[in-house]
Design a protein around this ligand. Structure first.
Ligand code: AMP
Ligand code: ZN
Length: 469
């Protein structure tokens, strides 16, 4: 079945049907991580939005080709200040590693975290440092077309006044962009304070630098996404995603670059996700309130349960993270998996009943309606609770919906769980301790079981364990 998916386009400020440029094939670019530190749950919320959008499209029968870049050079601590430093070099200095080692370490960690939360891998992960020639070529093209200029030390600036559409994505048109207090630091060689660098001259002693027609230097941050998106997706493609903080200046500048170079619209639809906050503050390394995937695992949660948590808030809204909500989401996912294991043997219907079809329709409509996942969860929970729908039919529907949800709902049904004999002995020992109210021993055995990778529950029938995923 081929359906449609509607999504909010930041560019047009409307919810629109995703209409691929090429038949049923969607080309999608996702701004990826800057690999100078571990990804936090905020970053992952944004990447999970891209994953969800892709899954929603695939669910409706589209083929999606996804590119996610890896930023390993040029992302400065403060894009508007000439005194800013490259985040990669800062981390290299902090950790006593080379920039390449830093990039490798955090790219690997990112890919592991992405897999742990059940993200489908992108088809290509281009690295900025491996695309310097493409960025130089694009910069040259912009100079030739009158959109960029070179200053004395070989730095190249984009001339924002040469691009009439500047500001169309973010609303920050040039008449509104007044020089701020920061711009006291603005490079006086710029023609307009909003001009941004495409190429920067390497200062003395800089580690990461490359030869160019303008001397040794390194690329600005925004040019990598123009160069790599067009290299892998062509000069017109369908979807571009990122967090709301990337709308300006990153994506505004990407539009100026790509459209300046080609003379036409390149990206049809821009999709941006809201931020994740912790105790009312945006999660960020600089705020010191970072939570990582690793911490979820340490606390006994399945990282995939974090997906469920993100589904409870519309993707464009800000979302507050709390450990209570995380625990509830984890419990819910695990309960669904247990139900699936119970329903596994029930006879499956050859086709859906009318009630089943109605649930399926509502679920699909919710997902296709600008990814209304809170509503999709309402439908799911109604189905699970409905005593009039047969177990086999529930099982079939949840399997199908899990292609969008990515919660691995069949895990327990698939893998089952058999208690190994040495664990059985510990369970009996713990139950005996509890009967004689020796809670110190019972707690010690619980801790041992947790250490062995189990989740421990006290039930009327005694201690029950399941393998922690
Ligand atoms: P970075 O690794 O800093 O380049 O960021 C990777 C992605 O995470 C970008 O799309 C950002 O917009 C997004 N991001 C950063 N902080 C948050 C946050 N607190 N909540 C949601 N997304 C975020
Ligand atoms: Zn980008």
């Amino acid at each position: 079945m081929l359906g449609v998916v509607r999504i909010y386009n930041t560019l047009t400020r409307r919810v629109e049907e995703v209409a691929p440029l090429e038949d049923r094939r969607i080309r999608m670019y996702t701004c990826g991580p800057t690999v100078y530190r571990y990804a936090h749950l905020g970053n992952l919320r944004t990447f999970l939005l891209a994953d969800l959008l892709r899954r929603a499209l695939e669910f409706e029968g589209y083929e999606v080709f996804q590119v996610m870049n890896i930023t390993d050079v040029g992302h400065m601590t403060d894009e508007s200040s000439p005194r800013a430093v490259d985040k990669m070099l800062l981390a290299a200095e902090d950790e006593g590693l080379s920039p390449l080692e830093i990039a490798e370490k955090y790219t690997k960690a990112f890919l592991e975290d992405a897999a742990a939360v059940g993200m489908q891998p992108a088809h290509v992960y281009p690295r900025a440092t491996e695309h310097i020639p493409e960025m130089i070529e694009l910069t040259q093209r912009l100079i030739e077309r009158g959109h960029a200029y070179v200053v004395d030390d070989g730095t190249v600036y984009y001339d924002v006044r040469s691009f009439p559409g500047y500001g169309k994505l973010s609303g920050n048109t040039l008449d509104k962009l007044r020089p701020g207090h920061r711009d006291l630091e603005t490079d006086p060689r710029k023609r307009h304070h909003a001009d941004f660098s495409l190429w920067k001259a390497a200062g003395p002693g800089r580690l990461m630098k490359w030869p160019s027609p303008w001397g040794e230097g390194f690329p600005g941050w925004h040019i990598e996404c123009s160069a790599m998106s067009m290299k892998y997706l062509g000069e017109r493609f369908d979807l571009h995603t990122g967090g709301v903080d990337l709308i300006f200046p990153h994506h505004e500048d990407e539009i100026a670059q790509s459209e300046g170079a080609t003379g036409h619209q390149v990206v049809s639809t821009w999709v941006h996700g809201g931020h994740l906050r912790l105790a009312g503050q945006k999660i960020a390394k600089s705020a010191g309130n970072v939570v990582r995937v690793h911490e979820l695992v340490d606390r006994g949660f399945d990282p995939r349960s974090y997906r469920y948590l993100t589904f409870q808030t519309r993707y464009r809204s800000e979302m507050d993270f709390s450990w209570e909500a995380m625990a509830a989401a984890d419990e819910h996912v695990k309960r669904l998996r247990r139900r699936m294991a119970e329903w596994k043997e029930a006879p499956r219907p050859a086709e859906l009943t009318e009630a089943g079809r109605a649930y399926d329709r509502r679920f699909r409509e919710a997902v296709a309606d600008d990814l209304d996942m809170p509503e999709a969860l309402v439908v799911l929970n109604e189905l699970v609770k409905n005593p009039d729908v047969a177990f086999g039919e529930k099982y079939a529907l949840l399997c199908s919906w899990d292609r969008v949800l990515g919660l691995d709902l069949e895990r327990e049904a698939r893998e089952g769980f058999e208690v190994p004999p040495e664990v059985q002995a510990l369970l009996e020992e713990r139950d005996a301790a509890r009967r004689r109210r020796d809670f110190a021993t019972s707690d010690a055995i619980r801790a041992r079981l947790v250490e062995m990778g189990f989740e421990v529950q006290d039930t009327a029938a005694g201690t029950v364990v399941r393998r922690r995923s």
